[in-house]
Design a protein around this ligand. Sequence first.
Ligand code: PHE
Ligand code: NA
Length: 449
Amino acid sequence: MKSYQDYWKTRLGFMLAAMGSAVGLGNIWRFPYITGELGGATFLLVYLGFVFLIGIPLLLAEFSIGKAGQKDAVGSFQNLAPGTKWHWTGFMGVIGGILILSFYSVVAGWSLFYLYRYVTGAFWTEPDGGFGQVFGEWTSSTIYPLFWQALFLGITLFIVIRGIKGGIEKANVFLMPALALLMIFMAGFVLTLDGAFEGLKFLFQPDWSLLGDPKLYLTALGQAFFSLSLGVGGMLTYGSYLKAKDKLPTATVGIGLMDTVFAIISGIIIFPAVFSFGLSIGEGPPLVFITLPSIFASMPLGNMIGIVFFVLLSMAALSSAISLLELPVAFFSRTIGMTRKAATYLCTAIIFVLGVASSFGYGIWSGVTPIGDRDILGSIDYITANFMLPLGALLMALFVGLYLNKEQALANSEIQSKSLANVWYFIVKFVVPIILVVIVIAQVFDITA
Ligand code: PHE
Ligand code: NA
């Protein structure tokens, strides 16, 4: 099979692609609105704790399964644990990836539409009724958002269909450096605004009294996993395209750090801007689509800044969507045996159709609230980030800690230092399962409460 021979050209190419997967709407859209709702610095602190204590060690575990298994999310488990049920972890991941991309592409479609409105000049000044009304009208219309969602998925398909070296790696080698430059530029600009300091205080000065709220921990864990692309097998799949000589540990740490830095930078872009204009940070999912545009409209060069911001948001979304599409495509082509081309078209079509529900959830199906008071998009986001990713990651940790023997697990991790390797193994085998079991159970109580 052709796709079986496809590898990353360089280790740097792999790193940029994995960073591309990690850095996305999770950093620039999800992180700020969640942090805004949950008390700023306190949330950031718990989030950072999860990223470093369990996120990065788990990321290494996930990469190592793919690199040793040499196949997609399902096939890698079949290779490493033939005749067992471990590959169900991969099935769940493939379904999770499809579900995530279904709503992810809706939000990415909003971003493309905003970019278009900035390029044409329509959003350079605040429209009558304000951006809130524009956002509401636009997202509730039935057909237009579907067009932009389809366009976004079409671009994703165009890249994924070209394979690893020729499509995904090439796109990310361009996208990631461009993204980094744009974000640093935006952060530098925002910090010059009057009142930026208030925003920084919100992001960096913890309010310890908030630490007692269980929601903080549940949400921070989901955000850490979502942001690191952990637990669905997308990173596993990327790891499987590494050549034997390209080692995992430092690359993994670099990817985890970069994702975290990008989340903080996007906080540095968004909170100072919101505070200096005296707007509300508890806006929820529309935060970057309502609050930011009205800030851009009232500041010098805001039209240019708006273009830059939505280019950035769309590019970040694209590099993540690529990995979310590659996950099921790799399964359908490598384990099921379809051609890469057929698999790419099929997966894109399934994802688009599922995504229609999330899109309609903002319009003709806005009364539908599957979980609590969450709309369709919010419900799928909640189920995937807060259940499927932690559960998938838990199963991967158990696979490495229980199914593999210690020598295999350590060898697959490729950690050189014996003592570091032992620390990593201890975390994956004991710390992660305990924390994840507690959190998943707490989550069930939370949902039924
Ligand atoms: N990590 C991506 C983001 O932050 C989302 C994602 C989740 C991508 C799971 C792949 C797998 O936007
Ligand atoms: Na991320």
